[in-house]
Write a protein that binds this ligand. Structure first.
Ligand SMILES: Nc1ncnc2c1ncn2[C@@H]1O[C@H](COP(=O)(O)OP(=O)(O)O)[C@@H](O)[C@H]1O
Ligand SMILES: [Mg+2]
Length: 255
């Protein structure tokens, strides 16, 4: 079953078509890779899917309902979460508090209750705290819960961001260059982590990545963008041999 469909998306910035006639379909339960040289339009595709950008034209459907042009928080509420290319943690907050931010949209108590410290606030706060610790336990970060985010090694900061995204209870998780800036050991560790997340949390994953080894080792299916257009799609081994893909990557110093 396809859970997300992008149909003929165009994103125009002034005279530049950053994404041009782009279509994509993601099957439930898969890990799909979106790759391509720098500036190809990968993050722009994410921004349209998550509602950060409104496409110039085209449609996006999620579980067979149109989400084109919806606000990001509405899309989160429908079961989609993302991480960003640059780490966006609150560096002075604990791992636990950073992940609690992800639970935010589920908070039912009113500000008044919070200010007055009424019982409902206390019990909801306690429940969220415990749920959050359970989540950290499931992703192997429980022993880091009370460390400040900036005290963590880089790899664990990335995992904390993914945990925060999982706190919203997503069905589809979008990861923008999760392995960027990691050493080979951290990268391998993250591959296992993402694969485990998919199974434990029953999520479908779409990820952008530069590291070919990462994509080839983790993704079941890959879509390649170049200059805003899809140039190839299929199994990683086949895509890697595709002549258009090889040419697109040849000019890329860090590919
Ligand atoms: N908000 C924006 N305004 C203008 N141009 C943008 C904006 N976002 C992205 N672009 C341009 O769109 C192109 C694709 O960018 P991006 O999607 O970030 O590429 P990638 O993630 O593949 O490296 C680039 O030329 C970039 O400068
Ligand atoms: Mg990008």
């Amino acid at each position: 079953m396809s859970i997300l469909k992008c149909d003929d998306l165009i994103m125009q910035f002034g005279g530049l078509a950053a994404v041009n006639h782009f279509s994509l379909s993601i099957e439930a339960g898969t890990i799909k890779g979106l790759i391509g040289p720098n500036g190809a339009g990968k993050t722009t595709v994410f921004n349209m899917i998550t509602g950060n950008y409104k496409p110039t034209s085209g449609n996006i459907t999620f579980f067979n309902e149109s989400i084109t042009g919806l606000k990001p928080y509405k899309i989160v509420a429908r079961g989609m979460a993302r991480t960003f290319q640059n780490i966006r943690l609150f560096s002075n907050l604990s791992v636990l508090d950073n992940v609690l931010v992800g639970f935010h949209h589920k908070i039912k108590y009113k500000l008044y209750d919070a200010v007055m410290r009424l019982p409902r606030f206390k019990s909801e706060e306690r429940i969220m705290h415990e749920t959050c610790l359970q989540l950290l336990d499931r992703v192997g970060l429980k022993d880091r819960a009370y460390l400040k985010a900036d005290e963590l090694p880089y790899g664990d900061q990335r995992k904390t961001e993914i945990a925060r995204a999982l706190a919203t209870g997503p069905k589809l998780l979008l990861l923008d260059e999760p392995a960027a800036g990691m050493n080979p050991q951290e990268t391998t560790d993250l591959m296992y982590f993402i694969s485990e997340i998919r199974d434990k949390f029953d999520v479908t994953i779409l990820l952008i990545e530069h590291d070919m080894r990462f994509v080839m080792g983790l993704c079941e299916d890959v879509t390649v963008l170049d200059h805003g257009e899809k140039i190839a799609e299929g199994k990683p081994a086949d895509v890697q041999k595709n002549q258009k893909v090889i040419v697109a990557y040849l000019g890329e110093p860090d590919a």
